[in-house]
Write a protein that binds this ligand. Structure first.
Ligand code: PLP
Length: 392
């Protein structure tokens, strides 16, 4: 491995040359079933013909023009996202953390426009992950992310996840918004209780706060709905998307109601690349597939099959698996304390299955949403073998 890359990642020594649907093939010719999906990003698998076609077609026309001009693919993607969600308006950027920054700026501007500039603090929860900017690591509040980067941005108040009492007690005159992930990803695949999400909506309304949801990992079909909060039957005021939105093309988005976004007028925010023709052409192609009739129902069906098979497997490996948890195709294997998630991950890799570690000693299973029944069985067999190996 080269020393020329800043060593900020713990990389596994594998390098992939090609991908086919849910499979990745290394430069050595080894084939892996990809339940990492580039961290919940290649939600339609690798080399999806419709996405490849959309990117190639756009690449031959125009790549980039900036937001000095109108961008038709960007307008179309914004309209379609608005039509498919609670949102009226969309701001495009290039990554998750930029969607987070846009959301935080929007929140401040909303209260400032309402004549309450002192309301700027955002309540966030334990186990949260919102990206790696100084704001985002301060929002998460975890020691691990913040170490060495003091001082943290003093604009976030941290409370327990799935705990409404602590949250209500943390609200002050300076509170502007509540921010949670409907299903925590990096924090260890921890789903918010649906009743908790409903309560957050009520609390936000009672206190004049904006409800901001981070659906960067759990959105874009991953739980069997386009966005995970739909399971709770609530609508946020603001939502962040990225990862699966581009199926592997770098794109992020901050979605909001017209009321919440009313302060985001010309000149208040921007991005050179945001919503560029290449990224939004692919984003539209992703929506073509995900919004096709029956697609999300298919995700739900295959996810339930995987869930039942894992629930059946878990007690047979009680010395390795403490719990299976999650929602849809965003599942976590919580390892017993005596088994390191990275050891189980390495064993699974040895049997041909790629996964992602998470906090709380969890192995994340994030398959592409296009897996079929036989690939579910293939993965469960690999998990069976990996657990047997780790137990031995
Ligand atoms: C990945 C992720 C982010 C950050 O996205 P980047 O594209 O890495 O900046 C933020 N929030 C959640 C929930 C994520 O999973």
């Amino acid at each position: 491995m080269t020393d020329a890359l800043m060593p900020t990642y713990n990389r596994v020594d594998l390098s992939f040359e090609a991908g086919e649907g849910p499979y990745l093939i290394t430069d050595q010719g080894d084939r892996y079933l990809d339940f990492a999906s580039g961290i919940a990003t290649t939600n339609l698998g690798h080399a999806h013909p419709h996405l490849v076609q959309a990117l190639q077609a756009q690449a031959g026309r125009v790549w980039h023009v900036s937001n000095l001009w109108r961008i038709q693919e960007s307008e179309r993607l914004a309209s379609r996202l608005a039509a498919a969600t609670f949102a009226d308006q969309v701001f495009f950027c290039n990554s998750g953390v930029e969607a987070f920054e846009a959301a935080i700026k929007l929140v401040r501007k909303y209260h400032d426009d309402n004549g309450q500039p002192g309301r700027y603090r955002v309540i966030t929860v334990d186990g949260a992950f919102h990206g790696r900017s100084l704001n985002a690591i301060s929002a998460a509040g975890s020691e691990k992310l913040l170490k060495g980067f003091a001082p943290q941005v003093d604009a976030f108040d941290h409370v327990g996840f799935n705990n409404t009492n602590e949250l209500v007690n943390a609200i002050t005159d300076e509170t502007a918004a509540i921010l949670v992930e409907p299903v925590q990803g990096d924090g260890g695949i921890r789903p918010a209780d649906l009743e908790y999400l409903k309560a957050l909506r009520r609390i936000a309304d009672e206190h004049g706060l904006l409800l901001v949801l981070d659906e960067i990992q759990c959105g874009m079909g991953r739980t069997g709905k386009l966005f995970a909060h739909e399971w709770a039957g609530i609508a946020p005021d603001v939502m962040m998307s990225a990862k699966g939105l581009g199926g592997g093309m770098p794109i992020g988005a901050c979605l909001a109601t017209a009321e919440a976004a009313k302060g985001m007028t010309a000149g208040t925010h921007g991005s050179t690349f945001g919503g560029n023709p290449l990224a939004t052409a692919v984003g539209n192609a992703v929506l073509d597939v995900m919004l096709a009739p029956g697609f999300l129902d298919g995700v739900d069906r295959v996810a339930r099959d995987l869930w039942h098979r894992l629930q059946e497997l878990a007690p047979r490996h009680a010395s390795v698996i403490q719990e299976i948890r999650g929602a849809g195709l965003m599942l976590g294997i919580r390892c017993r304390d005596q088994v390191a998630n990275t050891d189980l991950g390495a064993a699974l890799r040895g049997h041909g299955l790629l996964t992602v570690p998470a906090a709380d000693n969890v192995v994340r299973l994030l398959p592409p949403l296009v897996i079929d029944d036989s690939q579910v069985r293939e993965a469960v067999d690999m998990i069976d073998a990996g657990c047997r190996q780790v137990a031995a």
